[in-house]
Design a binder for this molecule. Sequence first.
Ligand code: SF4
Length: 350
Amino acid sequence: MSSATLTPPIHLPAIPPIIAPSVEEEVLEPGERAALLDRIRRLLKQQDAVLIAHYYTSADLQELAEDTGGCVADSLEMARFGHAHPARTLVVAGVRFMGETAKLLNPEKRVLMPDLHAECSLDLSCEPEAFSRFCDEHPERKVVVYSNTSARVKARADWVVTSGIAVRIVQHLHAQGDSLLWAPDRHLGAWVQSVTGADMLIWPGACVVHEAFRTQGLEALRAAHPEAAVLVHPESPAGVIAQADVVGSTTQLIQAVRNLPNPAFIVATDNGIFHKMRLAAPGKLLLEAPSAGTGATCKSCAHCPWMAMNGLRNLAQVLETGSNEIELDAELIPLARRPIQRMLDFAAAR
Ligand code: SF4
């Protein structure tokens, strides 16, 4: 074969190690908890604010969001809800990219977060300048990024996807004959590639929580509970996904607990989701999929240390002081919003 026919090797960018913080979940005495809940309810009304919480936040935050007319959802639904709600202030209990997405879709609204240091290992793994260089090296590929990215990375993308819609959008692009550059989650990317058969060049990021789920530990737990269905979020490693009865987004996994007849479930995603699952199917047995434990990069498997930064104390404080506001460069907003809007339009049309 002539050397002219050889394809040059693709060099994936090196990602610095992501060190997850060690964060303890907020613990409150009953009296303080009740007083904080009263204070937050009052402040939400005074500030014309609505609380939008992710499934991985605490049961207190999830119940408060729903009791006060807000919502508990995955990142796509959080963005949709904030966009449709008339409140002038959106308080996003989740991680930073979720607050940024709320701001991108609602630039005229004030977006507050309990803690602006609540990051995400996927977002941190995809530094905007390195990502932009990688895109420049592959101009023939359409750029598809997961929602767990910064506004600057989204601004470089053609499409944003969430885990709930990634397969459908990639199938659509593959059918058009597009080759893709995917970022930042390598496990989700590999799973989408295996389902769709698309040509995908995959950025090597990972979620510290989902990457810690263990294939052999799951095999042993399945053997001990043959009656259990295995529910897996696709940010998990391939060996864990291969054992799943259902692979899906947080919303899809909650639906599976409600709809499947099994009396028990083994769940490979953040254990914050158990609150909604218990409400969806009271009486069913819910088991955490085994993870690497305290020796892994995730110090509090299976719970996201950045999600654990959200609590009632800092929520009350930001509502009182107006601190922790998400601010984005005005020029960046239309650029980063465009690929999100493309996803929302795609979802609405199907
Ligand atoms: S659970 Fe993983 S993907 Fe979700 S916010 Fe935490 S680090 Fe990011």
